[in-house]
Write a protein that binds this ligand. Sequence first.
Ligand SMILES: Cc1ncc(COP(=O)(O)O)c(C=O)c1O
Length: 397
Amino acid sequence: MNDLVYLDNNATTAVHPEVLEEMLPFFRDRFGNPSSTHWAGRRAKSAIDEARGKVARLVNCDPSEVVFTSCATESNNTAIKGIAAARRSRGNHVIATTVEHPSVLTPCLSLENQGYDVTCLDVDEEGMLDLEVLETAITDRTILISVMFANNETGTIFPIRKIGEIAERHGICFHCDAVQAVGKIPVDIRESRISLMSISGHKLSAPLGIGALIIRKGVRLSPLFHGGHQEKNLRAGTENVAGIVGLGKACEIALNTMDGESRRLRALRDRLERGIMETIPDSRLNGHPVLRLPNTANFSFLNVESAALLAALDQEGIAVSSGSACSSGALKASHVLKATGSPDGTTVGTIRFSLGRENTDADVDCVLEVLPDLVGRLRKHEVRNASLCNLARAGKQ
Ligand SMILES: Cc1ncc(COP(=O)(O)O)c(C=O)c1O
């Protein structure tokens, strides 16, 4: 087996060593409840305020617009349910796309169960949204448009600024799940006319369990949680001070290193893509050929099962993710790949490679060394290519 290779950074990233260093004092002696008025509380509160400024600088908003949450799932739920409740008297129509993350689609479904109308717009085979289709979907009852900045599976980047302009022209609130974009490509909330934006710490080298929802000035919404007065009454619950400090530091690092790092990752990713295309016949690169995150490469391989390929790569020490989900023992193409017209995961295996800060040329070499042979053997059934959610599970630690 090769050295371990981690190419699943869209799932989660390693915590940056400087982020960890910044957080450690808050697990030791710099404790304190930020709501307390004594020295320990004031110290915690000032650490939060400093982090708030760093998050705001990365996405170009005012620090007062940053609300810390526990994760992007919470941010997405707060934005969608909160706006729907606050604007109920103005209308009951919400627009999203079919390729949103489940943490957007499921709250939309829950709104539908409460009597709201939800329109989920299709994307084309490159995963791109047609803006004319968006304009046509808007009615005088539309209160919210929710479109992600970049897709987590294919990496396709949406025309966010144009969507923002459309929303602004119609006086509609625009929520953007920017989880996969923040820290990887420039995100400017003001320029893009975004009303609410979700961020997740663990996708940008901060720890799990911390996120943020940016709520632009003047946007009113009903909070999800009720309790204390934290985060200006928008997110009750004692703040995760260490996590917030970590997110702030991660945003500061991203701001200072994004240009160089995204160039480096794009070069690695492009070499991986070229290598796969040149050595593996019947492979297809999914997502938009150009408007794509610099770290993401999503491939489909004909006559290979996603789960079997995932498990075979895992046996080689290579961690990636598949575009298929196991559901009741059957393999199904993910909703994102289905939306782009990809067949189900039993005939076409789909694998997402997502690179990050730790990846080097050696990791790309390692994939290019083993993947063509694995795909070839799976196609010839030399490696078991059965419908194997179990194999995939057994391979996972
Ligand atoms: C696009 C997108 N939105 C939301 C989430 C949810 O983020 P969290 O794990 O912070 O809840 C993810 C996580 O995979 C994601 O990729």
